[in-house]
Ligand binder design. Sequence first.
Ligand SMILES: CC(C)(COP(=O)(O)OP(=O)(O)OC[C@H]1O[C@@H](n2cnc3c(N)ncnc32)[C@H](O)[C@@H]1OP(=O)(O)O)[C@@H](O)C(=O)NCCC(=O)NCCS
Length: 142
Amino acid sequence: VISIRDFAMGDIYRARNLLAQLGYVLDDREFTNRVSAVRSSKAHCLLVAENKGTVAGLVHVFERPALDKPLAAVVQALVVDIDQRGAGIGEALMHAAEEWARKRGYGSVALYSGVTRSDAHKFYARLGYELLATSNLMVKRL
Ligand SMILES: CC(C)(COP(=O)(O)OP(=O)(O)OC[C@H]1O[C@@H](n2cnc3c(N)ncnc32)[C@H](O)[C@@H]1OP(=O)(O)O)[C@@H](O)C(=O)NCCC(=O)NCCS
């Protein structure tokens, strides 16, 4: 049975492991700082999926005010434990993120997904997400 609930600090080690599976290997302190920053803002929502009593996935969604776009929700991170994929957990997390957005009155949910994550793109398409644009991510180190 899959259940979705708010992230709790007790989930931190599990969540760090899930982020590593997404490709982001972080030390304890850095990860705790990131989680705290996300959770300190009411514009952000961090949910976990429990399956058979263990945390099997997480989703981070936030509110994006913009000048060039209407207020929308953005799914920033989604990951399901590698051993528990294909069991509907990702879909349940996305539906929960969409519900969070709907309750706040947003008209859409957007997400950015690396061009190489083709499996994830199929997953999102199946849930009704359409490719709107591709763009280059540019960063300047300070
Ligand atoms: C993408 C991801 C979150 C999906 O979660 P999941 O729990 O495996 O997905 P679900 O079981 O809810 O899948 C729902 C449907 O999508 C389809 N689907 C899931 N993974 C798929 C894949 N890799 N390729 C094609 N379709 C897929 C399934 O067919 C399933 O449909 P079904 O129920 O009719 O079989 C998960 O595979 C994952 O964590 N991947 C690695 C990290 C990642 O890519 N995250 C997204 C970054 S943008």
